[in-house]
Design a protein. Structure first.
Length: 114
């Protein structure tokens, strides 16, 4: 089993920055696919960014050039650097990992005020 814990959400003004972090724990060796999804009120959960070992990174069009996903310094961690934040980025952000199945964190709220 894999447990994912997110941190780093909060309130920020438009144009500001936030950094989200996610740490995986459990009986795991190395997780090849980790990413971030978000869900805004009344909307479906959507992929924000994903990092895959050996393949690289992918981003939603809406965040390209503003967000950057990277592996953290510790094993099985992933960070999401969010710059130039917009009010439409307001959502609950979920860490995701694929390790023989889908695993999700509980989510962290990001609120961007105009």
């Amino acid at each position: 089993q894999v447990q994912l814990v997110e941190s780093g959400g909060g309130l920020v003004q438009a144009g500001g920055s936030l950094r989200l972090s996610c740490a995986a724990s459990g009986s795991i060796f190395s997780i090849n696919v980790m990413g971030w999804y978000r869900q805004a009120p009344g909307k479906q959960r959507e992929l924000v960014a994903r990092i895959t070992s050996g393949t690289g990174t992918s981003y939603a069009d809406s965040v390209k050039g503003r967000f950057a996903i990277a592996r953290g310094n510790a094993k099985n961690t992933v960070d999401l650097q969010m710059n130039s934040l917009k009010p439409e980025d307001t959502a609950v952000y979920y860490c995701h990992a694929w390790y023989g199945g889908d695993y999700w964190g509980k989510g962290t709220l990001v609120t961007v005020s105009s």
